[in-house]
Design a protein around this ligand. Structure first.
Ligand code: HEC
Ligand code: HEC
Length: 471
């Protein structure tokens, strides 16, 4: 995608990076620059009083030090120093979406923060669309975006992207918050515009099945898919990628593939795929969508790490109100799906799409080989994630997985399609009986108690270095 080239051309400053939601791990910055930045964060951040924060050259120093969580600079020309400005590569890792900081140094309102790195919590402020737009060649991300296929398009924009769309067309799509909301990532290579809300990557021992449509029930499988497709989308342009797309969508998969190969050629992308993986998996298997498998030992080590990460502390709320809210939760039917105790695994069953969204009225687009369900789409955004990808690969129904009810006080986007903006709104009957997740609490004060209860939830895993409150 040529991200460093784009950052230099657009003169991205540290302040702008924070505004777009990147997290700065201050401990990775070398001592002299760190001291200077700490001084600048105490000012009004103006170019006069905080020159480094407003200087694109300083951004490159942060990038080269790997101090923005999840932006990974690699010494590809192996001269012992990492310098993206002289050709070393810059990639994106899991941490860009699944890491925050302890905010010890600075917090940008609605954006990223600066401090000691905290792995696990979702980055709900990350403007991933805008970041992808910074790259010189945003077109290299085509299969995950909203495409025009067979003259039609599915997603939030009225028109889809084509192989002839310009870099400016791609950037305009990516930067439009109505098409690509802050806090979301479109992580399905299906040509459907379906960005979904970032999620937690803590207590993964409790969260299966994974992904909102529950397509994966094994943690290292979803991680392998993430490494071999989303973080190196060019695997989609290989012969195995073609097979995967045609299995996923018999009607439009080949068109998506041909467009992508044409885009990569036109934009001078060569020598792909780049991910270090063995071509020993089965194409179309949820663990290896394009047949590629990364180092299994590393995946298992990462499972152990994310299984062990605790959730952030629950909010401090009125104990009386929270106790009342717990009663509402138990008496209003929430427990027919969710657990009250968040230290237990989420119930592993999927909730049928018609049950969680009574207004679901899909049209079949293409039939697929057993056991896959047909490709189908309904008006509205709630099912867009599942138009092509659902759990039918593992002979499960089309439905949605239950979320961990943890770290909710930090969120301002709810449901996987970011369609709801507060918990009060989620439980307010004005959303209507046909809306997604229509489980309402009519009484305003009961609703407030329920929200307080949900905000207070945390798991009881011991937190290293933090003294446990008596409870
Ligand atoms: C650009 C943002 C982004 C990056 C990078 C990213 N993810 Fe995710 N991840 C998401 C989003 C968004 C979801 C929610 C998907 C859904 O709702 O179906 C998700 C879901 C997951 C889940 C399922 C969690 C659950 O409880 O359902 C796992 C596990 C996961 N990601 C692991 C990874 C790994 C491992 C990597 C790196 C190889 C990675 N992710 C990279 C955004 C990202
Ligand atoms: C029929 C099963 C069902 C019932 C009943 C139900 N939920 Fe849910 N809930 C779900 C599913 C499935 C999701 C995930 C929806 C998605 O993918 O966006 C969810 C999502 C949520 C979320 C959003 C989490 C987030 O981070 O976006 C909250 C909060 C929640 N439920 C609380 C409740 C409460 C409180 C009640 C009772 C008033 C309730 N639910 C009743 C199935 C249910």
């Amino acid at each position: 995608m040529r991200l460093p080239q784009g950052m230099m051309a657009k003169k991205i400053t540290i302040r702008q990076a924070l505004k777009e939601g990147l997290m700065l791990d201050i401990e990775r910055v070398e001592p002299k620059l760190r001291a200077a930045l700490l001084r600048e964060f105490k000012t009004d951040l103006s170019p006069q009083r905080a020159p480094l924060l407003n200087d694109p050259i300083a951004t490159l120093k942060i990038v080269n030090a790997n101090a923005f969580a999840g932006l990974v600079a690699v010494d590809t020309n192996r001269d012992g120093v990492t310098r993206v400005e002289s050709g070393d590569k810059l990639g994106v890792a899991c941490a860009i979406c699944h890491t925050t900081t302890n905010q010890a140094v600075y917090t940008e309102p609605g954006g990223g923060s600066v401090g000691k790195r905290v792995d696990g919590p979702g980055n709900f402020n990350l403007n991933m669309g805008a970041l992808l737009a910074v790259a010189d060649n945003s077109r290299a991300y085509y299969p995950n975006l909203q495409a025009q296929l067979g003259g039609k398009t599915i997603g939030r924009a009225p028109k889809g992207l084509t192989k002839d769309s310009t870099e400016a067309d791609f950037d305009a799509y990516l930067k439009n918050p109505r098409f690509y909301p802050r806090g979301t990532f479109d992580e399905t290579a299906d040509g459907v515009g379906n960005p979904v809300v970032n999620v937690a990557f803590f207590r993964t021992d409790l969260s299966a099945p994974f992904g909102s449509s529950g397509a994966n029930n094994v943690l290292d499988h979803i991680a392998n898919g993430s490494y071999t497709v989303n973080l190196d989308l060019t695997t989609i342009a290989t012969p195995e990628g073609r097979k995967f797309l045609m299995m996923s969508n018999p009607k439009h998969g080949d068109e998506l593939w041909r467009n992508y190969v044409a885009i990569l050629k036109k934009t001078g992308v060569k020598g792909y795929p780049y991910v270090e993986a063995k071509l020993s998996g089965k194409v179309g298997d949820p663990r290896s969508p394009t047949g590629r498998l990364v180092d299994q030992k590393k995946l298992l080590d990462m499972n152990a790490y994310t299984d062990s990460l605790p959730s952030p502390r629950g909010a401090v709320v009125s104990a009386v109100s929270s106790a009342n809210g717990r009663k509402v939760f138990k008496e209003d039917g929430c427990i027919s799906c969710h657990s009250v105790d968040q230290n237990k695994p989420v119930p592993p069953r999927l909730i049928d799409v018609h049950r969680v969204w009574p207004g679901y009225r899909p049209t079949v687009i293409a039939q697929r080989a057993w056991p896959k369900s047909p490709v189908q789409n309904a008006p509205g955004t709630f099912d867009d994630k599942a138009v092509v990808e659902d759990a039918s690969d593992r002979r499960e129904k089309r439905g949605f997985a239950l979320p961990l009810l943890l770290d909710l006080a930090r969120k301002s986007i709810f449901l996987h399609d970011a369609s709801v903006h507060s918990l009060d709104e989620l439980f307010h009957p004005k959303r209507g009986a046909q809306a997604p997740h229509p489980f309402y609490v009519r009484d305003a004060s009961k609703r407030k108690d329920l929200v307080n209860f949900l905000h207070s939830l945390e798991d009881k895993k011991p937190r290293p270095g933090v003294r446990q409150r008596s409870r």
